[in-house]
Design a protein around this ligand. Structure first.
Ligand code: ATP
Length: 235
């Protein structure tokens, strides 16, 4: 097992956003997390990457507890995070944004190689290396956020709503790249409002409702489950 999230509780002041959530991800596995707005999906990813501290429970990665580790140490262990809303640096160039993705690595040659590889997944980024991040289209910014997370050579990639607000053709391209990551040995935890597409890609999925896991199963079983169909797939 690559990632083991066990019974975590987390929140903001009096608000309990996660209430005893347990989730596992195996090596190279794509796991989808679906749920309504406010269910706790973003908090879950932040609790794994060390941005939010769980109050109870534990996250272990490759058998090592992440308790008390700061986010940059968690990145160094091999967990990349592409946050909701992309959060690229608008005043840095595409190349500079990508270089920041490799900030935990000391081997600059390797970082350059990783950047080339990330650009081979999204050739448009290669054409835009000198352009400021903030001048890219929404879809290109999402590609940049994904590519930046890949430059850190993650074993596990946390993706928060990669399709949000993007045109269908771009969404298809981004999902195609995400689907190919497992073949490169990268596991993915995919948080998506687009539950249909996410469950199609995922080997397994979890439904999160008000901070709790209410259903889990294979992507296909969840997509066929009447409760999931009614609530998340539009019947
Ligand atoms: P969305 O899809 O809308 O991003 P989500 O499933 O990712 O939803 P979270 O963003 O994790 O859900 O939010 C879980 C709960 O925590 C919600 O009740 C939300 O209002 C609350 N919450 C999130 N961020 C904060 C914050 N910074 N301060 C206070 N409450 C917050």
């Amino acid at each position: 097992m690559l990632l083991d999230v066990r019974g975590i509780e987390a929140g903001y002041g009096p608000i309990k956003a996660l209430d005893g959530v347990s989730i596992t991800v195996d090596e190279g596995e794509l796991v989808a997390i679906i749920g309504a707005n406010g269910a706790g999906k973003t908090t879950l990813l932040m609790a794994i990457s060390g941005i939010v501290r769980p109050r109870r429970g534990e996250v272990t990665f490759q058998g090592q507890s992440l308790a008390g580790l700061p986010p940059h140490e968690i990145v160094r262990l091999g967990i990349g995070h592409s946050p909701e809303g992309r959060r690229i640096f608008p005043r840095l160039t595409v190349r500079e944004n990508l270089e920041l993705g490799g900030f935990t690595q000391t081997d600059r040659v390797q970082v350059r190689r990783d950047i080339d590889e990330a650009c081979s997944l999204f050739p448009i980024l290669g054409d835009r290396m000198g352009q400021l991040g903030g001048t890219l289209s929404g879809g290109e910014q999402q590609m940049l956020a994904l590519a930046r997370a890949l430059v850190g050579r993650p074993k596990l990639l946390l993706l928060d709503e990669p399709s949000l607000g993007l045109a269908p053709l771009i969404v298809a391209k981004i999902f195609e790249v995400i689907a190919g990551l497992a073949g490169r040995g990268i596991a993915v935890m995919l948080v998506e409002q687009n539950a249909r597409a996410a469950l199609r890609l995922a080997s397994r999925g979890y439904v999160l409702e008000t901070g709790r896991v209410t259903l889990t199963g294979s992507g296909a079983d969840l997509a066929a489950d009447p409760r999931v169909r009614d609530a998340y797939l539009g019947g």
